[in-house]
Design a protein around this ligand. Structure first.
Ligand SMILES: [Fe+2]
Length: 449
C-alpha cells in the first residue's frame, strides 16, 4: 500500500500527443498508479470489498480490472492480436455486470497489488523494445499506452463515485486542493450567441483520442444561444421552489415515469435540514452554495429544468462548437482556453479539490465565444444520443464505444472535478443512461436564435 503523499508539483505530461518517448510513457503509467493508490490508501478491507451501491463495483474489483486491462493491451496484445473477450473472467465487465460484482470472490488488496506490480514489470519490459514510431497503428505515437492510461484515469473517477456512495463512515480525502480566488462575477442564466455556419468538430488525432471522437467532420449549425455558465445550485433551487418536481408539463413521458418511480425531490446527495438544503461531498456536509454548478442530476432533471427556464439542452454538436470553435478565425481549439495543457489555475479537474468550485472561479477557462467552465467541475448532459460520427470506425475494439451506440445513452461532455486532465478535451465524449445521478453530472442550457 502506498503512503499518502502530497500532490505532485507538476501536472502529468503523459497523455499529451507530443510526448511519446519510452521514458514519458513509463512516467505516465507510474503517475497514474500513484494516484489510484493514493485514492484507496485509507480504505479498510471492508471498504474495499463491500459493494457500496448496486451501481458500483467493489473498489478492489476496479483495481483488479485496471490491471487485467493493462495486461491485455500492453503485454498479450503486443505479442499478437487479441479479442477484448479474452480478458480474465473475474475482471471482464461484460461477464460480470456491476450489480453482481459484490458476490464475486475477490482477492485481498495485497494480492491484487502484487498482481498489479507483476503485470507492470512485464509491461515495462515489453516497452523497452516497443516500436512507438513505425509500429502498427495501435502502437504508433504510443496510442495503446495512452489508451491504457486513460482507462486507469477513468476508473479513478469511477472509484470516486463509489467513495461518494460509501457505506459506513464517509470517505476522508487524502488531500484537498484549495480553490482559486478571486473570481469573475457572472450572471447565472446569461447566454451568449453562437453565430452558426460551417464548423469542424471531432478529431483525426490517433495518438490520444478514442475511436468515437473520430473522424473530424464538417457540419452546418443554425445560430443558437447557450448559457455562459453551467446551471447553478441557485437556479436549480428556483426550479425546486417553483414546483419543478411536481409539474407534469415540464417532464417528458420517460422523465415523468422515472420521477414517479424514483420519488426524488432534489439532486442526489442533497439533504433537507430544517429551513434549508445541504449537500454532502465525501465527508463534508455544507449548506447549498447557490454559486456552484448543480451536480448529481440525471438527464431527465436537466431536461425538465431546461423546459422550466424556457430553454432546451444543447445538442452535442452545439456544445462542442461552443467549447472549441472560434467563429472569428474558423479554427478549432483542443481545450476551451486554447492549446495549453491543463494546469490547476485553468479548470477544476484532477480530483484533488474533492468538490465543485463556484462558477467563474477560473477566469481563463473561457471558450472563443465566451462560455465559462465548459471543462471541469461537472460533466454536462447534452440532448444527444450516443452515435458514431460519419465515417466512424471501431478502434481498437468494438466494446469501447460502438457497443453503446443507440438511443439508450445520452452524451455528456466536459469532465468533472473528479476527472483526470488526461481523460478530457473538447472532443471527448462520455455517455450514460438518462436516469443516472451518481456521476458528477450537471448541465447548461441552450435556445434557438
Ligand atoms: Fe474498464
Amino acid at each position: 500500500m502506498s503512503t499518502i503523499r502530497a500532490e505532485p508539483a507538476t501536472p502529468p505530461t503523459a497523455g499529451r500527443p507530443e510526448d511519446t518517448s519510452r521514458a514519458t510513457v513509463a512516467a505516465g503509467l507510474a503517475e497514474a498508479r500513484d494516484r489510484t493508490f493514493q485514492l484507496v490508501a485509507s480504505l479498510s478491507r471492508d471498504d474495499l470489498h463491500r459493494q457500496h451501491d448496486p451501481l458500483m463495483s467493489p473498489v478492489v474489483w476496479d483495481l483488479g480490472h485496471i490491471a487485467a486491462f493493462e495486461e491485455l493491451w500492453l503485454t498479450r496484445n503486443l505479442s499478437g492480436v487479441i479479442e477484448f473477450a479474452e480478458m480474465p473472467g473475474l475482471y471482464n465487465p461484460f461477464e460480470h455486470p456491476r450489480r453482481v460484482r459484490g458476490a464475486l470472490e475477490l482477492p485481498d488488496l495485497l494480492e491484487v497489488q502484487a498482481t498489479m506490480a507483476e503485470i507492470r514489470a512485464r509491461v515495462l519490459d515489453r516497452l523497452e523494445t516497443a516500436d512507438l514510431i513505425g509500429g502498427p497503428t495501435l502502437l504508433r505515437d504510443g496510442y495503446v499506452y495512452r489508451m491504457v492510461l486513460q482507462h486507469e484515469y477513468q476508473h479513478d473517477e469511477t472509484i470516486i463515485q463509489t467513495l461518494q456512495l460509501k457505506q459506513g463512515a464517509p470517505y476522508t480525502p487524502p488531500v484537498r486542493r484549495s480553490l482559486p480566488l478571486p473570481r469573475a462575477t457572472l450572471d447565472p442564466g446569461a447566454m451568449v450567441r453562437f453565430p452558426g455556419g460551417e464548423v469542424r468538430l471531432g478529431t483525426d488525432d490517433r495518438a490520444t483520442a478514442y475511436d468515437n471522437e473520430r473522424p473530424r467532420y464538417t457540419t452546418q449549425l443554425a445560430p443558437f444561444w447557450i448559457d455562459v455558465t453551467p446551471v447553478t445550485n441557485g437556479q436549480y433551487l428556483e426550479f425546486m421552489e417553483n414546483g419543478g418536481y411536481r409539474r407534469r408539463e415540464l417532464w417528458t413521458d420517460a422523465g415523468w415515469a422515472w420521477l414517479t418511480e424514483a420519488g426524488v425531490v432534489s439532486p442526489k446527495h442533497w439533504v433537507e435540514d430544517g429551513g434549508g438544503w445541504s449537500s454532502r461531498s465525501m465527508d463534508v456536509v455544507a449548506p447549498i452554495d447557490p454559486s456552484h454548478p448543480v451536480c448529481h442530476v440525471c438527464w431527465h432533471e436537466a431536461d425538465a429544468f431546461a423546459r422550466f427556464a424556457g430553454k432546451r439542452l444543447p445538442t452535442e454538436a452545439e456544445w462542442e462548437a461552443a467549447a472549441s470553435w472560434d467563429p472569428a478565425t474558423a479554427t478549432q481549439r483542443p481545450y476551451p482556453w486554447g492549446d495549453a495543457a491543463w494546469s490547476p489555475e485553468l479548470a477544476n479537474l484532477d480530483q484533488l479539490a474533492f468538490r465543485t468550485a463556484p462558477v467563474g472561479s477560473y477566469p481563463r477557462n473561457v471558450s472563443p465565444i465566451g462560455c465559462h467552465g465548459m471543462i471541469g467541475d461537472v460533466w454536462e448532459w447534452t440532448a444527444s444520443d450516443l452515435a458514431g460520427y460519419p465515417g466512424f470506425a471501431p478502434f481498437p475494439y468494438r466494446e469501447y464505444s460502438e457497443a453503446f451506440f443507440g438511443p439508450e445513452y445520452k452524451v455528456l461532455r466536459g469532465g468533472s472535478w473528479a476527472t483526470r486532465p488526461g481523460a478530457v478535451r473538447s472532443t471527448f465524449r462520455n455517455w450514460d443512461y438518462p436516469i443516472r445521478r451518481q456521476i458528477f453530472s450537471g448541465f447548461r442550457c441552450a435556445r434557438d436564435a
